[in-house]
Design a protein around this ligand. Sequence first.
Ligand code: NI
Length: 392
Amino acid sequence: MLTQIKDLAQTLAPRLLEIRRHLHAHPELSGQEYQTAAYVAGVLSSCGLQVQEAIGKTGVVGELEGQGQDGRLLAVRTDMDALPIAEATAVEFASRKPGVMHACGHDVHTTVGLGTAMVLSQLPQKLPGKIRFLFQPAEEISQGASWMIQDGAMRDVSAILGLHVFPNIPARCVGIRYGALTAAADDLEILIQGESGHGARPHEAIDAIWIAAQVVTALQQAISRTQNPLRPLVLTIGQISGGRAPNVIADRVRLAGTVRSLHPDTHAHLPHWIENIVASICQTYGATYEFNYRRGVPSVQNDAVLTQLLESACREAWGQERVQIIPEPSLGAEDFALYLEHAPGSMFRLGVGHSERANYPLHHPRFEVDESAIATGVVTLAYAACKYWDLA
Ligand code: NI
């Protein structure tokens, strides 16, 4: 089976390169993946999959029938959206859309998803059960997964696999992570209401800027002194605004930020814990506040059995030296986590790093991938999808 998969991937390599370059040249922003979705649907239909469009707004679902003796359903998820970044690479297939770029490798993900569907559909024998390919929109704004789920994309799914490119891992290598892969990411907004006054007469005013400064400092110190240091927590206030003139005490300040955590207990108590600190400082100095906390995506927790499946598929396909066990999670966010509320799953990192030149990070205008990674991703996913049915 592995040899057949590798041969098919090799035969399909020129076509996959063409697909990837087409997608890269025609990026679309989150929620606007109309052309991409139509293109994906076309490729899936030509492979004989049953295709549904407009699942999760601009998402696409393709199903590959199996022999049917195994009632389980395996899902493979990729994402399709690009970023509002002006591409600064010199590649001939660079973005033709000003200010929009596939700078997070979702063009590669989509290509790998399509390549996996092509390979599995061309195997001489059908798989024991059904495979559902999810091409989701709007991952960059953490919305696409929930749109897909609302439209039934996870109905009857027994397990789900996914991937993300990673420039710090060399191309042709794969990163496998047991347990937490990414963090829970929540949004925070704090509005502090004081009372305006003359800059020379602080005793007649309630200085919202000074109180906001206390809040920012107290939150950082409280993380260090009240939170378990073995359970990571990052709180970043990325926006602060308030005040009208240098000699006028500000009556109102807005703070906005992001809160990243890994442990479910930490995540659960965050809003209450943060609001208590804000409330006590505001109360002490006579201000009032408004507190808005929005739960974002939870942490991606890779399932042990499915991670083992990916690892063994990689080791058989590529040998020990091309498989890395990732020692630490990332505090980035990934809405793949939402699918895991419906079925166990695992996500791996596909190395796309060039060996001879500098690798720019994800979301960088000069981000480039080593395209040899596409075949690695296709074979890894296709072979894992074949081995899945052997799991008890
Ligand atoms: Ni991404």
